[in-house]
Every structure is written in C-alpha cells, then in structure tokens.
Design a protein. Structure first.
Length: 95
C-alpha cells in the first residue's frame, strides 16, 4: 500500500465514521412504509447505503447497486435538499 493509498483509506474511514452518525430516520421510515420492508431490514439497508455512498465518494471505480438498497437510495434522493446537503457536507460533491 502506497502512502497515497494509506491516506485515502484513513480519510475514507474517518468520513465513514461521521456518515454513520447522520440521521436518516425520515428517509428510512418512508422507505419502510413505501416498500413494506421490515424496520430491521430497513435499518440494515441504511448502514449499507452509507457504506456504498462513502465508497463511491472515495473510489475511482463506478459501482452499482440493485434491489432494496437501490430503492432506499432513490427514496433518499426524493428528499432532494437533504440528499444534496448530505453529499456536500460529507463528500464535498453530489453523488
């Protein structure tokens, strides 16, 4: 691992710790209601979506998602202002 890789990894992990603290409860509740996904599974998707968005923000590779995780992401995007502010605050750009 090069110094650049180590720095990127450290920055990614620091950002992820902050992202985990972001309150997405209104988005997750809407997803739970709209898609009939259990509260437990909805919360699991929330964690995975935060990981996915952080990965996308710090990677040069384009990743894709599908299924419930993708539906949660689209639910978050419906909350356009919140999503935009989230991306800007944690990643510095729109994902």
């Amino acid at each position: 691992m090069t110094n650049n890789d180590t720095l990127r990894h450290t920055r990614t992990m620091q950002t992820l710790e902050r992202v985990y603290e972001y309150d997405m409860s209104s988005v997750v509740n809407r997803f739970h209601k709209d898609y009939g996904v259990s509260a437990k599974k909805s919360n699991e998707y929330e964690v995975e979506l935060k990981r996915y968005l952080t990965l996308c923000a710090f990677s040069d590779i384009n990743y894709g998602i599908a299924g419930g995780l993708d539906y949660l992401w689209h639910t978050f995007i419906i909350y356009t202002r919140d999503y935009m502010l989230f991306c800007q605050e944690y990643f510095g750009h729109f994902i």
